[in-house]
Structure formats: C-alpha cells, structure tokens
Design a protein around this ligand. Sequence first.
Ligand code: NDP
Length: 301
Amino acid sequence: MASSCRHHQQPPLSHPTTTTRWWSEDSVAIVTGANKGIGYALVKRFAELGLTVVLTARDQSRGLQAMDSLKVLGVDHHVRFCQLDISDPVSIRCFVSWFRSSFKAFDILVNNAAVCFNAMNENSMEYAETVIKTNYYGSKQFTEAMLPFFRRSSSMSRILNISSRLGTLDKLNNPQMKAILGDKETLSEGRIDMVVNAFLEDVKEGRWKTQGWPEIWTDYSVAKLALNAYSQVLAKRYKGVVSVNCFCPGFTQTAMTDGNGKHSADDAAKMAAKIALLPVPVLNTGKFYVGSTSRGICSKL
Ligand code: NDP
C-alpha cells in the first residue's frame, strides 16, 4: 500500500476479512448511469459476483444495448433494466413505481450517473445549471425517492456515491463556503444548497473565477463537493441503518475523459464493488474512499 495511505485507520481493502461473501442473488443493487463507462462495468462486476442488479440508463435504447452486451458476456441472468433519468422527477417517479411492482426491497444504491460538458483542458460554465441539477440534485432526489425501499439492515443497506477528488474541500478557496461545508456539526441540506446557490449566482453574475471555487472543471467539482457533503449528512442521519460512503475511482478511461486515464472502467468498477460489498466487520459510514490501480484503495476521512 502507498505510504500516503498508511496513516488511515481503514485496513487496505485487499485485507482477507474484506473478501468475505455476505451477499446472495437475493441481494439487490441499483446502479445509475449504467449504459456505459464505470456504471456499466459495475453492473457487470456485481452480476459476475452473483448479485441481482438493476441497470438503469436515461436513454432506453442505450440501456437495452448495454443489456445486450451483458447477454453476449453471459452475465445477464440476474440483471434487470429500467429507464431512469436522474435529472427528471417524472422519470424518477416512473422508476419508483416499476421498482415497487418488481422488487420488495433493495440493498445497495450506487449513484454513478453524472455529466461533464468540458473537455479535459476546458472550464466553461455554459452548462453549470445542468451539471449541478444532474450530478448533485439528481443523485440526491433519486436517493430520497429510494430510501423507503432499503431493507434497512445495518449490515446490508449501503449507498455508494461515485464522486471525485476534484470535489474535496481542499479544492475550495472561498473561506465562507469552506466553513459552511467543513463544519460537520451544523452541516445540513439547507446549508449545502446555500453553497450551491451561491455558486450558481456567481456564474450568473460572471464572477465565478474570482470567488475561490475549485479551479478545474469548476461546475462539476462544485456538484461533487455538494454530493460529498450530502453524503456526510445522510451518513449521520442514517447511522446504524444505512451505510453511506463516497468513492473517487481515479482518472479512468471513459467517455467523460475522452478515453484518457490511468486505468480502465473495469478496474474502477472492481474497486467500487469492493467498497460497496465490504463485509460487515469492516463496513464504515461517512467515508471518502479514493482508488488507484497502483496504490490500492484508501480512505481519506
Ligand atoms: P461516462 O460519461 O462514461 O458515463 C456517465 C454515465 O452517466 C452515462 O451512462 C450517462 O448516460 C449517464 N448519465 C448522464 N446524465 C444522466 C442522467 N441525467 N440520468 C441518468 N444517467 C445519466 O462517465 P464515467 O463512467 O467516467 O463516470 C461515472 C462516474 O464516475 C461519474 O459520477 C463521474 O463523475 C465519476 N468519475 C469519473 C472519473 C473518470 O476519470 N472517468 C474520475 C472521477 C469520478 P448517457 O450515455 O446517456 O450520456
């Protein structure tokens, strides 16, 4: 394990106790944005490991194509598909009603879906509202809609938010916003929304570059900052009921990075699955895990 990970209390995830299998085909996982990239690879990984998985995609035909690929690979037995656009409340409602009639409960929610409209070296805020609406509010609203369906077993119920190091507090140089998001005692959904609204206001007024917001992929990073903070709020609220963690997969070769990256979506999905399936003795909540194929997975919190 890399030296930068040594001081963290979490054992490395290759530790023998972390490979204990606690799930079965009765365990149900839902993955958002799973027609391609890390989401698709994660559905495949869960299916290979024997869970029942719900593959969701905002575009029906792209979702069905992903199902076809899983069929070709022979891992489609326990995979179901349902259309879901996390930025559309009507689509979320349709998903909930389909889920209610198809399953009694579920165990694992992976909020993976996200958008980014900038190429690697760009930082335009043209689509800032859509990015915030999808990457933060979309994941939040879908989580809220699905919370009642968790089996509510402290050992099995898990949320894994696929996040990014670009959205960690050290990337924020606005003291006021940093104080709001950094104070775990007073952190609330209302306070997170205050930060997000301040950012959108700065974008609208054309002053976002001078307000200490993260410098790379600023809208995307603010959405991930908000998602990370929301995960903290949820982890505290549902302590002992649902485990809530974040995971940054590291620089991964997907459409989002124009195929650039240090490792494949399959590599990232293997790491994500390890965290989502942590056995009970090492299961934590409120953690921010970072993954790298050379350094392994470690917790930054
Ligand atoms: P991709 O662009 O390959 O995949 C993103 C997925 O999200 C696609 O399936 C896309 O669907 C879907 N999506 C976008 N908007 C919505 C929506 N409104 N409703 C439902 N699904 C939607 O990116 P990655 O696989 O790289 O990204 C997966 C996650 O990993 C994201 O949360 C990303 O922020 C995170 N991440 C990625 C890193 C990387 O280096 N790749 C690094 C750190 C974090 P469609 O095909 O229809 O567009």
